[in-house]
Design a protein around this ligand. Structure first.
Ligand SMILES: C[S@@+](CC[C@H](N)C(=O)[O-])C[C@H]1O[C@@H](n2cnc3c(N)ncnc32)[C@H](O)[C@@H]1O
Length: 235
């Protein structure tokens, strides 16, 4: 990732951090429904007293993990975000709860966790900002335990309204280039890096979005072999 792009992204997202949790159009129609959908998925997979480890990449102020922790008392949570301001808010909001740990990190670089560390990796409404999406997807795979799951949410642009909303209306305000996948293209992309797509849930509404659930594929993928760039190197 070029330093200019990274600085722009950090500045842009840092500027949102103080108000990110406030209720507004996007929290109401996109972020809250996403959090609730992921928690519902987790509740279908785990009992509330089960111990599991979850990483949220592009976690912003940690809202998804904080809400998940209210349902799962024995689980532990890591959050990574490129914007220090977001991580500061997330850390302050969880400072008295040692189940949470938040740190600054770039999803397109090697993240500071061992291979096979997590039962769940989530990434919500963040991936379309990543300039190196293939490296990030390989990190998802590396970090998941062999029986882990990726809970991935991003824009749904197959419908006319989804395209208008994400690529035209929101796109006008985005200060740097983004890349949204169409539904089948995302499936193919994940399968090429070695993630098997179990399901894609499309949620239409004022801001259409889609959850893609993946597991590590036993067969690997066409592009699975190469490593992500080392942390700290610029592209
Ligand atoms: C629209 S917000 C979504 C936040 C949260 N996941 C949610 O659903 O509410 C996008 C987040 O992705 C983060 N982000 C963007 N590029 C990133 C990168 N390369 N690595 C890690 N985080 C990144 C931003 O700082 C921001 O907090």
């Amino acid at each position: 990732m070029s330093e200019t792009f990274k600085d722009q992204a950090v500045d842009e997202f840092d500027s949102w951090s103080d108000t990110y949790d406030e209720e507004g159009f996007f929290r109401r129609h996109l972020f809250i429904p996403t959090e609730d959908h992921i928690i519902k998925e987790l509740l279908s997979l785990r009992k509330p007293d089960e111990n599991f480890r979850m990483l949220d990449i592009g976690c912003a102020t940690g809202k998804l993990l904080r809400k998940t922790g209210e349902k799962f008392a024995a689980a532990s949570f890591e959050g990574v975000d490129i914007a220090p301001g977001m991580i500061k808010v997330a850390s302050e909001k969880t400072q008295d709860d040692d189940r949470y740990h938040f740190q600054v990190g770039n999803a397109a670089e090697a993240l500071p966790f061992d291979d096979d560390s997590f039962d769940y990796v989530s990434c919500c409404h963040s991936f379309h900002h990543y300039p190196d999406q293939e490296s990030a997807a390989k990190e998802f795979l590396r970090l998941l335990k062999p029986d882990g799951k990726l809970l991935f949410v991003d824009s749904y642009i197959n419908s006319v309204w989804g395209f208008m909303m994400h690529c035209v209306i929101i796109g006008t305000y985005e200060k740097f280039q983004v890349h949204h996948f169409k539904k089948n293209a995302l499936k193919e992309f994940f399968e090429n890096v070695g993630l098997k797509v179990e399901r894609q849930d499309v949620v239409t509404g004022r801001v259409p979005w889609m959850m893609t659930v993946c597991v590590p594929s036993a067969e690997g993928g066409e592009n699975a072999a190469s490593e992500p760039e080392e942390k700290g190197e610029s592209r």
